[in-house]
Design a protein. Structure first.
Length: 466
């Protein structure tokens, strides 16, 4: 099941994101604003879903390997945003759910990931930080923010935002800004070339990259605005397409299609995202060319469940399970539907099947299994529930929902000290530091000084000072 939480950007990005535009400071694929949850907040909404994470990780793994990067050191993060965008920060690649939904083939997303990996392998974000530090003037930063408003406003048709951005931009030192943007254009073209190399080395086509850039080009053409190509961090899309097409067509894999199995997984992912973000209407729009596609039927089952018709949804998901009895994610959704029907014991069996079928051993599925055991209410299941939830948390320590499940399980057992400690962790990883400290202080009063749990509480209590 898809869940959304918030994720904190580093201070460097926070300083430039107060107006919810960070187009110039993240090595982004396209000219689009990176959404921040609130004008005065540094939090971005993050999506967690076992099925989607597994697929996107599979897309990225061979690219990351051929780029010479450690797979375990790079994290793919899903952002709950409807725009087609991706960007890097530190050792993370952020991909919007909008990009996953709009991309009709796996190859389009693989091309995006290859481009972003090019930024990581080239150390572009670190170098960009150095470039900004060298500028040393608030006027330059102001110019970048204004430019972000111009480009974001033009692409989105917001003329007022564009005009406001132009006024800000003109206030910055022209030469410094042009030098910085020229540097970024060079980085973008370098990332493009690296992406082509990675795709060729892994036996994949770069055709999806061209499709993506065509989409961006059409969006700009429809905006009705003339944009100075020297004033944007990326080359103009048509220029990029021309450069990319020559390189892409030189690969012997240019016409190689995605495998049917991978395309099916991609369709299932799109169906799920469409259902969770736009309901049944979004599923119909997404698969209007092929309404009997398995992704369309999967999305329809999920949308039916979300709409409150759990019995009908159960019938639809059972049909899909008959078609693919070894699909762990169908069993996962089945478990969610059964929980909606207050059939916790049956839901636990579905999650147990999902966990057994899941070769990736997703922590999310395991924690859902533990939750269902807890909700069944039997003492024996309650002990097993805590074991499963803690096992899930052990491999996914920053997932606040897991701690929420654990707090509830301990409370049902009457162990309020450990319940408070789990609640402290849940609040902490949700970004609610003060609330976390209240629970940690309350738990610590009943814990023996120096024990691992006491230290765990102390870490949260002192987190603000750190």
């Amino acid at each position: 099941m898809m869940s959304v939480r918030t994720f904190s950007l580093p201070r460097f990005l926070v300083a430039l994101s107060r107006g919810a535009l960070v187009t110039m400071t993240t090595a982004a694929l396209c000219i689009a604003p990176v959404s921040v949850a609130g004008a005065q907040s540094s939090l971005v909404p993050i999506v967690r879903d076992a099925e989607i994470e597994a697929l996107v990780t599979d897309y990225a793994a061979p690219i990351i390997k051929t780029a010479g990067l450690s797979r375990n050191a790079i994290r793919i993060v899903l952002v709950n945003n409807s725009s087609f965008n991706a960007f890097v920060d530190g050792r993370r690649i952020f991909v919007n759910t909008g990009a996953l939904l709009q991309a009709e083939t796996p190859n389009e997303i693989i091309g995006v990931l290859a481009h972003e990996t090019g930024h990581l392998a080239g150390g572009h974000e670190f170098k960009l930080r150095e470039q900004l530090a060298a500028a040393k003037t608030l006027a330059v930063v102001t110019s970048l923010l204004g430019l972000g408003a111009v480009v974001g406003g033009a692409a989105g048709g917001a003329s007022g935002l564009s005009k406001a951005g132009m006024g800000i931009t003109m206030g910055g030192p022209e030469a410094a800004m042009r030098n910085l943007l020229n540097y970024q254009r060079t980085e973008e073209m370098a990332a493009d070339r690296s992406a082509i190399t990675y795709l060729a080395n892994t036996g994949q086509s770069a055709k999806g990259m061209l499709t993506t850039f065509e989409r961006f080009s059409n969006a700009l053409a429809l905006s009705g605005s003339n944009i100075d190509p020297y004033r944007i961090s990326h080359p103009m899309p048509r220029e990029r397409i021309a450069n990319l097409e020559t390189l892409a067509r030189s690969s012997p894999y240019f016409d190689k299609p995605d495998s049917p199995a991978l395309q099916q997984r991609h369709d299932l992912m799109r169906g799920k995202i469409a259902a969770y973000t736009g309901g049944g209407a979004s599923v119909l729009r997404t698969f209007r060319k092929d309404p009997r596609n398995i992704g369309a039927r999967y999305g329809d089952a999920i949308a039916t469940y979300l709409n409150g018709s759990s019995q009908s949804a159960l019938s639809k998901i059972d049909v899909l399970i008959k078609e693919q009895p070894k699909n762990p994610y169908f069993q996962e959704i089945r478990g969610e539907i059964l929980l909606k029907q207050n059939k916790a014991s049956d839901a636990a069996k579905a999650f147990q099947k999902a966990n057994a079928l899941d070769s990736r051993k997703s922590s999310l599925i395991r924690m859902s299994y533990g939750r269902a055991l807890m909700l069944s209410g039997t003492p024996a299941n309650l002990q097993a529930s805590i074991k499963e939830i803690k096992a899930g948390i052990a491999s996914d320590r920053e997932y606040p929902t897991g701690y929420g499940y654990l707090a509830q399980a301990y409370a049902q057992m009457g162990d309020m000290v450990r319940s408070d400690l789990a609640s402290a962790e849940q609040k902490y990883y949700s970004g609610k530091i003060q609330d976390a400290q209240i629970f940690a202080i309350r738990a610590q009063r009943s814990l023996k000084s120096g024990t691992p749990e006491w230290i765990q509480a102390q870490d949260i209590i002192s987190a603000k000072r750190k």
